[in-house]
Write a protein that binds this ligand. Structure first.
Ligand code: IFM
Length: 447
């Protein structure tokens, strides 16, 4: 095959992503820390402990990110560190966040900051967390403090990470703290409260920092009926897909609450987003009528499945989910995409095939502006503890030693060349050479 290159636009952001609780360590005021101490909550009773030691030394991984050739990183702030008691703000914690953000700027790595990524201050839980309306004022106050103290260093913001995952895992599946407490009624209160928190944060940021770009990070899953299913099953899967993937975004676009029924207006919500963050991992089949689990963890023959049965590797789904975001008419960033793969047997192919879908979307003129690989470094994967390793950098949790995985070297070559090339495929994913460059002329340039 002649040499081929799929080139990305010059201003495309090449990034990586992490979240505070998963990498910082010692987040003792968080509900996750308390949850970890309870027997059986986390797989193998793993503890986050020092996590990836970012609180002491984020800089070493940021150095690695610079060597990798990245120019963007998505991180989150830990609310329970910044505000360990109601309205008591920790100046030292804020100063450390300033240092980390400044360290990114010094390395020409643009920060994208998430305000809420699954973890809550313990005091908030006592007040009813997101199932109580009081959360909206608290979240607004926390956001205002962050804007005031750190806002000058933050060009891009995400208000709330994966709100529907949070609602599902917390209230319905019960694998996030505080278990299923509140159940369906808690979930039905949390959805509007999360929307109100988002709107309040959006306006709080924009009021002080009109140039800031503020978005949402939405986990999008391809949800389908199995091949050969009845029309009714396909319809059901479509409704479930709307509920999980689109309902939240429809609300934010139109300023209305769509679920469970009615179209209650939520003040200041309509249009409160400057970009869309797409977190994409996998496809699931929906069992309808439900036989066993509604969302199936069983795959069709030939599916490539990642560690711990986390999900099927399904690259074209990324393209499909990008298309699903087009009606919301805003720039799109892939704010998470990655695979749990401790032995690094899938990640190189995963990166190349998924980035090929991003390239294809851009070549259709879809407004995809950047890609943040999840994750820069192995980190604490919530209820699955340390069993799932998403890092481009491998971490020995005991010794805190790091090693760049082979897939990390591939990502480095991609970021430096700002392209996917047939040489990379030959070296890192030879079986996929034809698939990745299928039908492309020898040199493909976008823009
Ligand atoms: O680790 C998580 C992250 O916190 C949210 N999105 C999915 C990732 C992998 O499961």
């Amino acid at each position: 095959m002649a040499k081929a290159q799929l080139l990305f636009p010059p201003d495309f952001l090449w990034g990586t992503a992490t979240a505070a609780f998963q990498v910082e360590g010692n987040n003792t005021n968080s509900d996750w820390w308390a949850w970890e101490q309870e027997d059986g909550r986390i797989l193998h009773n793993h503890k986050s402990g020092l996590a990836s030691n970012w609180w002491a030394d984020a800089e070493q991984d940021l150095d690695a990110a610079t060597e990798m050739g990245t120019n963007a990183h998505r991180l989150s702030l830990e609310w329970s560190r910044i505000e360990p008691e109601p309205s008591v703000f920790d100046a030292a914690a804020i100063a450390r966040y300033r240092e980390i953000l400044q360290a990114m700027h010094d390395r020409d790595i643009e920060p994208m900051v998430t305000l809420h990524h699954f973890s809550n201050p313990l005091w908030l839980v006592e007040k009813g967390d997101f199932s109580s309306q009081v959360v909206v004022d608290y979240f607004q106050r926390y956001t205002a403090k962050v804007v005031d103290k750190l806002g000058d260093l933050i060009p891009k913001w995400i208000t709330i990470n994966e709100p529907m995952v949070y609602v599902f895992m917390r209230y319905l599946a019960g694998v996030f703290p505080a278990g299923k407490q509140g159940g369906w009624s808690g979930a039905l209160r949390a959805i509007p409260n999360l929307l109100c928190c988002h709107a309040a944060a959006y306006h709080t940021i924009k009021e002080k920092l009109p140039e800031a770009q503020v978005g949402v990070a939405k986990n999008m899953v391809v949800l389908q009926a199995r091949p050969g299913s009845s029309a009714l099953s396909r319809w059901g899967a479509g409704r479930l897909s709307w509920l999980f993937n689109n309902m939240w975004l429809d609300s934010v676009m139109n300023g209305r609450l769509y679920f469970p029924v009615g179209r209650r207006k939520i003040p200041n919500l309509a249009g409160s987003y400057d970009f869309l963050g797409l977190n994409y991992y996998t496809r699931f089949y929906v069992n309808l009528p439900p036989v066993g689990d509604l969302i199936s963890q069983e795959w069709e023959p030939g599916a490539v499945v990642s560690d711990g049965n986390y999900g099927e590797v399904y690259p074209i789904g990324l393209f499909q989910m990008i298309e699903a975001l087009l009606p919301y008419k805003k720039p799109i960033y892939i704010t998470e995409n990655g695979v749990p793969d401790k032995e690094d047997r899938l990640r190189s192919s995963f990166i190349m095939t998924h980035l090929r879908e991003v390239w294809r979307a851009i070549s259709f003129n879809y407004p995809v502006m950047g890609y943040y690989h999840w994750s820069l470094v192995d980190n604490f994967e919530w209820d699955r503890g340390w069993t799932q390793r998403f890092g481009l950098i491998e971490l020995d949790v005991e010794t805190q030693e790091r090693r760049l995985r082979r897939s990390g070297r591939l990502y480095q070559e991609i970021c430096h060349s700002r392209s996917l090339t047939s040489q990379q495929a030959q070296k890192y994913a030879p079986d996929l050479l034809q698939t990745i460059f299928r039908g492309e002329s020898p040199t493909q340039v976008v823009h």
